[in-house]
Structures are given as structure tokens and as C-alpha cells.
Design a protein around this ligand. Structure first.
Ligand code: NAP
Length: 245
């Protein structure tokens, strides 16, 4: 297992949900963490406080992932304040329920910018240091929506499917340099993304194990992927048996 003591991890979208759980789990495994957020700096500050309480260094790095300048900027800010990122968890994601007929170009472009372009720009920005030091871990947060079609919108599903192809491409480019790239595809996880969905109860019943997943269950998987040096170019589902079934 790769020892994460003293490694620097950048986790985007870590103010809440899966990202917050992952940031804390990585710190428990020994990493110093840049806690990424969009609007909720205060919540991200609380996550950073928890990490400091574990004796690790933590900083908050914020910005709107829809802005193409933000990914490179937060990678640079992480490097300045903690040291260059050894681990990137590109987790920040957005998605609302939208029917086919209602999708316009702006809605399509927004989800693709936040969910797919930003993870690419983040990976591109962390790659030179990872290549140079011959160590790096990149984890992209996809979704079982990529396999099942999803419950939110066409653009959300397309962005999550795109991440799987992106992981394959980056993994091939970076494997010779000691950098692994994998995608995680959660199923229905109990976070704000689903909390307001009026279909929640029915959705919960549709999960073979009979309940929603917890953010910590996804975070545990992410940390074990980060600790594994031989696994790359994979997409791993954590979905209570939704796919395949
Ligand atoms: N929950 C699920 O069932 C599920 C299933 C499959 C995949 N996923 C994926 O897992 C990841 C985390 O999901 P979650 O359920 O934990 O989501 P969540 O609770 O809604 O949290 C989303 C996080 O992403 C950040 N974020 C959203 N839009 C952003 C933007 N434009 N710029 C910067 N940061 C932004 C938020 O930051 P602020 O709060 O600071 O704005 C927040 O920290 C997402 O990529 C999601 O698509 C979730």
C-alpha cells in the first residue's frame, strides 16, 4: 500500500458530501489536504478544521469550476500553500434534473464545463509535477449514470461517461511515469445532490441492497484506489448493486 504520510492531496468539491468525506479520509491516511469548494467557503473551512484536528495541514482553495482559469489557479494555489499535489481527486460536480426537451446549449455547456472540462484541466495542471517526481494519483468522480443512463439529465450523464474515456486516455499517457488514473462510479449516495429529489424514496427502494450509499463508503474506496500503485485505467462502481444486476 502506498503510504500517504506527508503527501499533498487536492480534493475539489470538498465542502460537503463525497468530497468532504474523502478529504477527511485522506487526512486520516496521512495526507495534507487542499479542500476545494465553490460557493461554500465556510463549510470548506469546517472540513479543513477537522483535518487540522487530525494533525495534518489543510487549506481551502475556492473557485467556480465553470471558469476555465480556475482549475489551473487552484492547482497553483495548492502548490504555493502546501506543496505540489501528489494526489488529485476531481470530485466537484453539478447536476440538476432536466428533461430532454428542456436542455438548451447553456445548460449543456455548464455541466460539461464543471463535470468534464474542469477535471481535464485539473489533471493537465497536476501532471507535470507528478511526471517529474514519478508518482501521482488521479481519481475522477464519474457515476453509474454513465452505464445506466442516469436520473438527472442528458448532459450530466454525458459528462460522467466522458470522464471514463478521459481516465483511459490519461492513464495510458501517465502510466509510464508512475501516475495512476482511475474513475469511481457511485450509485445513489446520500448527499445534497439527491436530498431534494422527490423520487428519493422510490429511488432508495430501487437499490438492490435496499438503501442509499453513504459518502464515507465512497471515500473509503477512493482512498484504497489512491493507495494502490498497480491499478490504473479502471472504473470502479460503488452502487449497492445497481449495475450490473
Ligand atoms: N450523490 C450521488 O448520488 C452521486 C452519484 C454519482 C456520482 N456523484 C458525483 O460525485 C461527486 C460529488 O457529489 P456529491 O453528491 O458529494 O455532491 P454535493 O453534495 O452536491 O457536493 C458538490 C460539491 O461540488 C462543489 N461544486 C459544485 N459545483 C461547483 C462549481 N461550479 N465550482 C466549484 N465547485 C463546485 C460543491 O461546492 P460548494 O458547495 O462549495 O459550491 C460541493 O463541494 C460529483 O461529481 C457527483 O456528480 C454523486
Amino acid at each position: 500500500m502506498t503510504d500517504l504520510t506527508g503527501k499533498v492531496a487536492l480534493v475539489t468539491g470538498a465542502s460537503r458530501g463525497i468530497g468532504a468525506a474523502t478529504a477527511v479520509r485522506l487526512a486520516e491516511a496521512g495526507a495534507d489536504v487542499a479542500v476545494g469548494c465553490g460557493r461554500n467557503r465556510e463549510a470548506a473551512g469546517e472540513v479543513a478544521g477537522k483535518i487540522s484536528g487530525l494533525g495534518r495541514r489543510a487549506v481551502v482553495v475556492s473557485g467556480d469550476m465553470a471558469d476555465p482559469d480556475v482549475p489551473r489557479r487552484i492547482v497553483a494555489e495548492t502548490a504555493e500553500r502546501l506543496g505540489p499535489a501528489d494526489v488529485l481527486v476531481a470530485n466537484a460536480g453539478t447536476g440538476i434534473r432536466m428533461d430532454l426537451d428542456d436542455v438548451d446549449v447553456a445548460a449543456w455547456d455548464y455541466d460539461l464545463a464543471v463535470n468534464l472540462r474542469a477535471p481535464f484541466l485539473l489533471a493537465q495542471a497536476v501532471a507535470p509535477h507528478m511526471r517529474e517526481q514519478r508518482f501521482g494519483r488521479i481519481v475522477l468522480l464519474s457515476s453509474v449514470a454513465a452505464f445506466l443512463g442516469g436520473i438527472l439529465s442528458p448532459q450530466y450523464t454525458a459528462s460522467k461517461a466522458g470522464l471514463i474515456g478521459l481516465a483511459h486516455n490519461l492513464a495510458a499517457a501517465l502510466a509510464p511515469h508512475g501516475v495512476t488514473v482511475n474513475a469511481i462510479s457511485p450509485g445513489l449516495i446520500a448527499t445534497d445532490m439527491l436530498a431534494a429529489d422527490p423520487r428519493l424514496e422510490a429511488l432508495e427502494h430501487s437499490v438492490p441492497v435496499g438503501r442509499l450509499g453513504q459518502p464515507a463508503e465512497v471515500a473509503d474506496l477512493i482512498v484504497s484506489v489512491v493507495q494502490n500503485a498497480y491499478m490504473t485505467a479502471q472504473t470502479v462502481s460503488v452502487d449497492g448493486g445497481r449495475y450490473p444486476r
